[in-house]
Design a protein around this ligand. Structure first.
Ligand code: MTE
Ligand code: MO
Length: 405
């Protein structure tokens, strides 16, 4: 499997590195505390590790335990992102779960009675709904803070490909909560995944979990067991996951194992130390926990790649966590002049809008393509994104470099 360019290691070198780390550690004759910082690092050198589906290089850019969709692989596709090219964001690794032994347990002081369990079959027998919705990582386009704004941020250096739209089928979370006997006093629910504990900087933070206010949980959240007409693939949460429309991707907990229902506000590292905005413009504890995603646009083109001289039309997609996309303007001269793109096909608020714009390359050489979307709230993508140390919510207009041959 391909390795990240910054690691720049051959298989042998990587093996050497991890072996040396082990030898060095055993030389110290120490266990536990000191081995932890080394071994996960060596393991992280394996790009795409822990992902089950194939990651062909023409469809994905592997990034550590994650894989980013190549936007050029969306050219000629329909409205949905096919599973074979849907991005994967794994804190740890895709677990293999036996649906026959699996249970979804709902529990907590926010239930009128005791805990309730649903089997996979029981879940599939409940009234089903379909929802065409986007899932987008909060750090999508994070690398543009650095390349476009010269700022240092930490986290996976995503381009614009940590987003996808699928047709999800499952049971409304509100139906499950009703059946479990949710109390009127419940304020938060906390879905938790069945993947392994997440360890960051040697600290074990437990399993991925993030509180969700009851109001959102009851509004439009789906407990999905199908993606694009098939059972959920292992990497996308089999046997069941949440789909939390418009919200930060981390809310859509995969490999759902249990949901706590609480009459008091809940907290986890995923709404305290991550998924808030930190930095000079924010209080020390960060902003409020992030909820909705913002507005973005992408061209269905390779990033900083070559495009043929006989190109006559450009394709792209725009989306917003704040509502339906209402207009998209495109500039092919670095932002000097703008033209309106032509939308086509469905334009669902919780998914995205496809568009095209005619363009004849003026001549060979480098060009910057820009697309600026506005949504039904009237808000358009800004020229710069507010800096935050973890590089969340880059919603500025991306300057997409291309070279015409
Ligand atoms: N259990 C669990 N759920 C999870 C994650 C995870 O690592 N473990 N990653 C979250 C994040 S950060 C994102 S962006 C989405 C990505 O969903 P996908 O991998 O299906 O594209 O899943 C979310 N749900
Ligand atoms: Mo994410």
């Amino acid at each position: 499997m391909a390795r990240s360019p910054d690691a720049d290691l051959t298989d042998e070198a990587a093996y050497e590195l991890s072996r040396r780390a082990v030898v060095r550690l055993s030389g110290y004759g120490l266990g536990g505390a000191l081995t932890l910082p080394f071994l996960p690092d060596a393991a992280a050198a394996e790009d795409g590790a822990g992902i089950v589906k194939p990651l062909p290089p023409e469809l994905f850019v592997p990034r550590g335990t994650n894989a980013e969709t190549r936007w050029e692989a969306m050219l000629g596709q329909g409205y949905l992102t096919p599973v074979d090219r849907f991005f994967v964001r794994n804190h740890v690794a895709t677990p293999r779960i036996d649906a026959r032994a699996w249970r979804l347990r709902i529990w907590g002081d926010g239930l009128r009675g005791g805990p309730v369990e649903f089997t996979y079959d029981a879940l599939r027998r409940l009234p089903a709904e379909t929802l065409t919705a986007r899932i987008e990582c909060t750090g999508n386009a994070r690398s543009l803070f650095t390349t476009q704004q010269g700022q240092r941020v930490s986290g996976t250096a995503w381009g614009l490909g940590a987003v996808g739209v699928a047709r999800w089928r499952g049971v409304r979370l509100s139906v499950l909560l009703e059946r479990a006997g949710i109390s009127r006093r419940a304020v938060d629910v906390m879905p938790r995944g069945l993947d392994a504990d997440y360890v960051d900087g040697g600290v074990n933070l437990g399993r991925v979990r993030r509180p969700l206010p009851v109001a959102k949980a009851r509004k439009d959240v789906l407990v999905a067991y199908e993606m694009n007409g098939r059972p959920l693939p292992p990497d996308h949460g089999f046997p069941a996951r949440l789909v939390v429309p418009d919200w930060v991707g981390v809310a859509s907990v995969k490999w759902l194992g249990d949901i706590e229902v609480s009459t008091t506000p809940l907290a986890s590292p995923w709404n305290t130390q991550y998924y808030r905005l930190f930095g000079p413009d924010y209080p020390p504890e960060g902003s409020a926990p992030l909820t909705r995603m913002n507005t973005k646009s992408a061209f269905e083109l390779p990033w900083d790649g070559e495009i043929p001289r006989d190109t006559r039309v450009l394709h792209g997609r725009s989306w917003s966590g704040n509502g339906r996309v209402t207009s998209v303007a495109v500039s092919a001269d670095g932002g000097a002049t703008w033209r309106r793109a032509r939308p086509h096909g469905p334009s669902l608020a919780r998914a995205w809008t496809r568009w095209t714009i005619p363009w004849r390359p003026p001549g060979p050489g480098r060009h910057e393509l820009l697309a600026r979307a506005a949504d039904e709230t009237g808000a358009a993508q800004p020229d710069t994104a507010p800096y935050n140390t973890l590089g969340y919510l880059f919603g500025a207009v991306a300057r997409h470099p291309v070279t015409v041959k």
